[in-house]
Ligand binder design. Structure first.
Ligand code: PRP
Ligand code: URA
Length: 206
């Protein structure tokens, strides 16, 4: 399943992020806001248990989320999405997968992996602002599956059609949530129109 947000707040905030005159401080803050907004969509089907609660007026039925949620940012840029998600799911565990794209080959290179111990029992949300060729997302999800994760979803801001197709082919069981589906990749495998290099814009590097 590919879900593309049609929420006006997401479109508004993403447009400001795309603008090259938006500075690092604004970019980080908007990324946090959008991650929070997209958290509604990516958690829409979590399971609930019923339990009894007493309001000040009478007894009624309360609901509690039963799924254990793990959030897995792909370093570096995925780190910018953590705060917005953890704000809404404060008991979520956070794992980290370190990947960077080789500038010549555009292939992802793994440099770090630390995942929650009970990853196989809950829902894993892999987060990265950019889905370009799909190589990083595919490798990250391969790593998660090798550790036993079963219910995985992928959340990004901007997706390229090429990356969506590759990810869907490699992992048809993984639902993809994106704020926008862009036009294509350029010759350097950057997304057009995109928002540039997400990691550099979040961390102020170049
Ligand atoms: C970017 C981005 C993704 C990846 C997407 O990271 O954050 O992880 O590229 O590209 P792909 O779909 O073609 O794999 P980058 O490799 O630039 O590393 P960084 O986050 O450390 O800047
Ligand atoms: N990584 C980015 O940060 N931006 C792109 O457009 C493609 C990959």
């Amino acid at each position: 399943m590919l879900y593309i947000s049609n929420h006006p707040l997401v479109a508004h905030k993403l447009s400001i992020m795309r603008d090259k005159s938006t500075n690092t401080e604004q970019f980080r803050s908007l990324l946090c806001d959008i991650s929070e907004l997209m958290c509604y969509e990516v958690t829409r089907d979590l399971s609930l248990d019923k339990y009894k609660i007493e309001t000040p007026m009478q007894e009624t039925t309360g609901f509690a989320i039963v799924d254990n949620v793990s959030i897995i940012p792909i370093l570096r840029a995925g780190l910018g999405m953590i705060d917005g998600l953890v704000k809404l799911i404060p008991n979520a565990r956070v794992g980290h997968i370190g990947l960077y794209r080789d500038h010549e080959t555009h292939m992802p290179i793994e440099y770090y992996c630390k995942l929650p111990s009970e990853i196989e029992n809950g829902i894993s949300i892999v987060v990265d602002p950019m889905l370009a060729t799909g190589g990083s997302a595919i490798d990250a999800i391969d790593m998660l599956k090798r550790k036993g994760a079963q219910k995985i979803r992928f959340l990004c801001l901007v997706a390229a059609p090429e990356g969506v197709k590759r990810l869907q082919d490699a992992h048809p069981d993984v639902d993809i949530y994106a704020c926008a589906l862009d036009e294509c990749l350029n010759e350097n495998a950057y997304i057009l129109p995109g928002l540039g290099d997400a990691g550099d814009r979040i961390f102020g590097t170049d």
